[in-house]
Design a protein. Structure first.
Length: 537
């Protein structure tokens, strides 16, 4: 019979007691399950969220896109996030971006109002659900702008009461997540403020606050700054200063070179609003019409006609009579003169409104770097060149000596900035592939340890043969004799040889001898067992 180790081991396992067989099978099954779990853990890729929390409708749409693209996915039970393997994150985001994801400004909007309402829902919860829906809808609308990637709106609306004449005014806060390198302009910011204010009853636009993802307040038009200006006035002044600064840089950099000049402009502006009305009459007039009325009445002593004495001139050569003078003084006299002149009068009425933002004074500081000579050495500019630069700056800003403007140009060497050190490369343990390889190696070590430390000893232990009770001496001797007649001799003591027979071995010694013989001489041991089987046969 050919030697078959598998059959021998199965025979040894079958010879074990039933309880031992069950325990060995349970241990083997547990070891196999543990090995499968370790291999599965090592082969499972790490998952990363594609985006943040999304609505159920968006998750369903995103899952359809991932299935169409052939990308594996899973839903995290704890957070509800949609996750994909680490190596497929970029591909998944590109596929979802083609479908308009991420659809930020999320949250469940007015569609939540059409859901089935719970029985016994209080009015407070209904109002809170409505406010939440309004916040979500406003967030979606704001997130649809080109410069905004996401937006959240928080409303603070006091409950109306019939016992309060005037309650707390509502207010709103908006947080916008801007795209990288993008900022909101004034029109977009005003549009967000008025959009929110128009969506809430009795909400004034001054009570709407807008901040970006860095926490910077964007809607502070009415607050006073430390410079005595309002935020809007300060912005206008800063915008004007930046405009003048750009003019200076645009005219000097082509001459001196990029980075060789620095300029700073300070504008003192008056934002006082003045309105005046003047009426001016032209002193040089033209006579348009004239009317003169003269009425003279004199009554003499002789009772003549009135005016005769006045109308008749004195005769030539007549000597005045003193008595006649006395008589004339007693005569009643009346003289009246009335003149009316009409002139062309020119009147000018002027209404002057002074626009706020008048420039009162400009102060300009310019620093110019040293230049390189023919030998490549840095040298200072001469005074004539500095005067030319000063004249250019004055013309660029609209210099006015009446306002008291000042321009200072200084030539000074610039300090070269220190070279930027490259960012350190990520360490070996910080790289994702190291963790993947380490996890696979750890799984392989665990499987090998399980095989050599658990399964192999268990298999050896389970297939160890427990021989039956030793046969009778006569039977054993007969078998040995048959083996010797066949040309093969077993190394056993012959009790008939010699005068003194050695003591018979006990049961354990016989088992040990049989095992040693089976290991050292397997052919003979097989032959003996074959004879035993034939004898029992």
């Amino acid at each position: 019979m050919a030697d078959n180790p598998v059959l021998d081991r199965l025979s040894g396992f079958a010879a074990q007691p039933v309880t031992r067989q069950l325990s060995l099978l349970a241990g083997f099954a547990a070891s196999v399950a543990l090995a499968i779990g370790v291999v599965n853990w090592a082969s499972t890729p790490s998952y990363e969220p594609v985006y943040g929390a999304m609505s159920p409708a968006d998750n369903a749409t995103a899952i359809n896109v991932l299935q169409t693209s052939g990308i594996k996915y899973r839903m995290e039970p704890g957070t509800g996030l949609l996750e994909v393997p680490y190596d497929d994150v970029l591909q998944a985001r590109m596929a979802l971006a083609s479908e308009g994801f991420p659809r930020n400004g999320g949250g469940i909007g007015f569609e939540s109002l059409y859901e089935e309402q719970e029985m016994g829902l209080s009015s407070f919860m209904e109002q809170a659900r409505y406010h939440r829906a309004v916040e979500a809808e406003l967030g979606r609308t704001i997130a649809a702008m080109d410069s905004v990637s996401a937006a959240r709106v928080h409303l603070a609306i006091a409950k109306q009461s019939a016992f309060m004449r005037r309650g707390n005014e509502p207010s709103a806060s908006v947080m916008v997540n801007l795209l990288p390198g993008v900022r909101l302009n004034d029109r977009q910011l005003a549009g967000i403020i008025h959009l929110v204010a128009s969506s809430i009853p009795n909400l004034d636009s001054d009570r709407v606050s807008v901040v970006d993802q860095a926490g910077k307040l964007l809607s502070s038009q009415g607050e006073d700054t430390d410079f005595g200006y309002t935020s809007e006035q300060f912005r206008l002044a800063q915008q004007f200063e930046n405009s003048l600064n750009d003019r200076i840089m645009a005219i000097l950099e082509p001459i001196l070179g990029p980075g060789a000049v620095r300029a700073q402009v300070t504008a003192d502006m008056d934002f006082t609003r003045i309105e005046s009305t003047n009426e001016i009459y032209d002193p040089t007039t033209v006579l348009r019409s004239e009317q003169t009325t003269q009425d003279i009445t004199n009554r003499g002593a002789g009772g003549g006609n009135a005016g005769d004495l006045v109308a008749q001139p004195p005769q030539q050569g007549a000597v005045p009579d003193p008595n006649a003078q006395n008589v004339a003084q007693n005569v009643p006299d009346r003289e009246s003169l009335k003149e009316t002149r009409n002139y062309e009068v020119n009147k000018t009425i002027s209404h002057t409104r002074r626009v706020p933002g008048t420039i009162q004074k400009l102060s300009v500081a310019v620093v110019v770097d040293y230049v390189l000579d023919e030998n490549g050495e840095r040298i200072a500019l001469d005074q004539a060149r500095i005067d030319q630069i000063t004249a250019l700056v004055r013309e660029a800003i609209g210099f006015s000596a009446e306002r008291g403007d000042s321009v200072q140009v200084i030539n000074s060497p610039f300090v070269a900035p220190a070279p930027l050190e490259p960012l350190p490369e990520p360490g070996l343990l910080e790289q994702a592939w190291v963790w993947e390889v380490g996890r696979g190696a750890l799984a392989a070590i665990a499987v090998l340890a399980l095989i050599f430390a658990v399964l192999r000893p268990m298999i050896r232990y389970s297939t160890s043969y427990i021989p039956p009770p030793p046969p009778a001496p006569s039977r054993l001797e007969n078998a040995m004799a048959e083996a010797n007649t066949g040309g093969e001799t077993l190394a056993l003591s012959n009790p008939s040889a010699g005068t003194m027979a050695p003591p018979k071995p006990n049961y354990h010694q016989s088992v040990a001898m049989a095992r040693n013989t089976a290991v050292e001489q397997p052919v003979r041991a097989a032959y003996v067992v074959k004879n035993w089987i034939a004898a029992d046969g």
